[in-house]
Design a protein around this ligand. Structure first.
Ligand SMILES: Nc1ncnc2c1ncn2[C@@H]1O[C@H](COP(=O)(O)OP(=O)(O)OP(=O)(O)O)[C@@H](O)[C@H]1O
Length: 308
């Protein structure tokens, strides 16, 4: 697959002297949904802002659709739609005027049919003649999305798209993102919500203190790092793991009422059969058992913690 965004050796130090990005290398593939995950202050917005030409890059090179963001700014920028974290709208304009104007900014020919479809998709058609200040917060956010898509970009950036939005809007957004992807639009989203990355992304990048510490196919990431746990509800509580079972990765939980065995689900030999035999041999009886797969959240927390 062709890469639509190529970031090479990108570093950024703000005037304050803060190194926000350190030698970032990243390729975004055409048509993928890429989730950039990272804690507060990791550099997500800085990276997006540089790619979109809002913040000056320091060292390094960024190409969008083959165009250098500095030398060919207009060509690069016209391919991008950006939904920023904060709401920025001229509040006295109508919804319709706002998106019509935004399209015009990119030198695109008027296309009322396209804009109508856009507003309908975002459940804003009924509000087309309303002024922005008359809208609810969620509707204003929808207008931001409509604005970002008004010039039919092939790449859409969503910076924390669902921070503070209700369940319904979040679901609508996810549906919209999937619909856009089906039409070949490349989507890059930043998020704190790991469930969002888990639900939406094809690939996940983790950024921490200005460095990309991991880029991986979501499925491969979960496959590679995902551990499974077997939880046994004990008939009699234990005060400690019996010494005879010390060789197993076991932990007590639920105040001694449960025994948790962590294993690698990818290995052929999980050790479960031996464990169950040994539990029987050493008289540890259980009344129930269940297994669970670690979520991307567990993986992410572990990753950030182990690198800290
Ligand atoms: N204009 C600026 N001047 C100086 N420092 C800045 C500026 N903008 C951001 N920073 C700093 O750069 C670092 C990265 O900030 P950035 O906004 O890119 O992080 P983020 O990952 O988007 O965080 P969040 O999840 O909180 O939005 C932070 O330490 C921040 O304080």
């Amino acid at each position: 697959m062709a890469s639509v965004i190529a970031v090479e050796n990108l570093s950024k130090t703000y005037a304050s002297g803060h190194p926000a990005l350190k030698n970032i290398n990243l390729d975004i593939q055409q048509g993928e949904i890429f989730a950039l995950l990272g804690p507060n202050g990791a550099g997500k917005t800085t990276l997006i802002s540089i790619i979109c030409g809002i913040v000056n890059p320091g060292a390094g090179q960024v190409r969008v659709g083959g165009f250098d963001i500095k030398a060919d700014y207009r060509a690069a920028r016209s391919q991008i739609g950006l939904v920023p974290q904060e709401l920025v709208n001229d509040v006295f304009e109508t919804v319709w005027a706002t998106i019509k104007f935004s399209r015009g900014l990119f030198g695109k020919k008027p296309d009322p049919a396209y804009l109508e479809r856009l507003l309908r998709d975002l459940s804003l058609w009924d509000k087309r003649d309303a002024k922005i200040f008359e809208l609810s917060g969620g509707m204003k956010r929808r207008v931001m999305i409509a604005k970002a898509l008004s010039h039919e970009p092939s790449i859409l950036f969503l910076d924390e798209p669902t921070a503070g939005v209700d369940v319904e809007l979040r679901r609508d957004m996810w549906n919209m993102v999937r619909g856009l992807r089906e039409r070949g639009v490349t989507i890059i989203l930043t998020t704190h919500y790991i469930e969002e990355a888990e639900e939406m992304a094809d690939r996940i990048g983790v950024i921490r203190q200005g460095e990309i510490i991991l880029v991986e196919d979501k499925a491969a990431l979960m496959h590679k790092l995902g551990k499974k746990q077997l939880t046994l509800q004990l008939k009699q509580p234990l005060s400690s793991v019996p010494v005879e079972l010390a060789g197993y990765p076991l932990e007590l939980a639920d105040e001694g009422h449960a025994l948790v065995f962590t294993f690698d689900a990818q290995r052929e030999h999980t050790g479960i059969a031996e464990l169950l035999k040994d539990l029987d041999r050493y008289g540890v009886d259980f009344k129930d058992l269940q297994s669970s797969q670690s979520s991307l959240e567990d993986i992410f927390v572990n990753l950030v913690r182990t690198r800290a």
